[in-house]
Design a protein around this ligand. Structure first.
Ligand SMILES: NC(=O)c1ccc[n+]([C@@H]2O[C@H](COP(=O)([O-])OP(=O)(O)OC[C@H]3O[C@@H](n4cnc5c(N)ncnc54)[C@H](OP(=O)(O)O)[C@@H]3O)[C@@H](O)[C@H]2O)c1
Length: 268
């Protein structure tokens, strides 16, 4: 019997990208899965594609504490417990700080950071009972501030700090708290990224087909949870960035600037 068989696993933001790939893979490994997102059509498609399988889909905005509470309560009322929470729902941004509306910055923070806090808060009593796992889907932006992504970086730094504190608080409870940092992964994230006025970017400047697939990323996350890892930084480049940023941050500043600006313009 596999590790995930009959485990109750919650994935926030499971209607697209990495979250959807997690839902698909976890169901195929025998888990009882629940997910939430805002777009009802995508949730409906996900639900119908897994007809007959143990999957709860709920329309919820993780930036709302009430929605997160309802999501957790719904899952517990159906499955009775929670073993694993994967805080995956997230949104990015592409705009220089000086040009960006404060509301846009707050929105990114509310979804990426507060969404993680709310879901973790309400799920924690159940996860503690199960000696389960809380995961944050973070990013290299949570280790190294990235230009044009001030709120995104802040939200992922905050997520990492929150999870590291929680991990340390829970050491004697047998709960594993971890965060994972995928490299560039093909998904809807760049399309949905907020511009300075809060509207979606509406396209991806990258060749999505050339990136790591969401399925590959989900497989790495699923493996890391089973192995009770502390953190997982997926790519060699990102590992090198973490290392360099710790060792010689001033060089990391220059290299990061060079990577993200072309002819003085921010690369989106
Ligand atoms: N793709 C990458 O290159 C990459 C790299 C590093 C880290 N990550 C992280 O990986 C996670 C997943 O991103 P992805 O690339 O799979 O993006 P994605 O394809 O855009 O999927 C994001 C998912 O989150 C949901 N979501 C967004 N805002 C939400 C909200 N307020 N409430 C509930 N659900 C919400 C979306 O559904 P709705 O819009 O319908 O709500 C969707 O299901 C994010 O935390 C991201 O920061 C991604």
């Amino acid at each position: 019997m596999g590790f995930y068989n009959n485990k109750v696993v919650l994935v926030t933001g499971g209607s697209d990208g990495i979250g959807k790939a997690l839902v698909d893979a976890l169901l195929s490994q025998g888990a009882k899965v629940a997910t939430c997102a805002r777009n009802l059509d995508k949730l409906y498609q996900l639900q119908t594609s897994h007809a007959g399988k143990p999957l709860i889909t709920l329309s919820a905005d993780v930036s709302s504490e009430t929605d997160c509470k309802k999501f957790i309560e719904k899952v517990v009322s159906v499955y009775g417990t929670i073993d694993i929470l994967i805080n995956n729902a997230g949104i990015s941004m592409r705009a220089l700080f000086r040009e960006t509306d404060l509301q846009t910055l707050k929105k990114v923070m509310d979804i990426n950071f507060w969404g993680t806090v709310y879901c973790s808060k309400y799920a924690l009593p159940y996860i503690t009972k199960q000696k389960g796992t809380i995961v944050g889907v973070s990013s290299i932006a949570g280790y190294r501030g990235l230009p044009g992504r001030t709120a995104y970086s802040a939200s992922k730094f905050a997520m990492n700090g929150f999870l590291e504190s929680l991990r340390t608080e829970l050491i004697d409870e047998g709960v594993n708290v971890m965060w994972v940092c995928p490299g560039f992964t093909a998904s809807n994230i760049r399309n949905a990224a907020l511009t300075k006025d809060g509207s979606s970017q509406g396209s991806s400047p990258l060749d999505e087909a050339g990136l790591m697939s969401s399925e590959e990323c989900a497989a790495g996350i699923i493996d890391a949870i089973e192995k009770k890892k502390r953190t997982l930084v997926f790519t060699f480049n990102d590992k090198r960035t973490v290392f360099l940023n710790r060792l010689i941050p001033s060089i990391a500043d220059k290299l990061t600037h060079k990577f993200f600006f072309k002819n003085g313009e921010l690369i989106k």
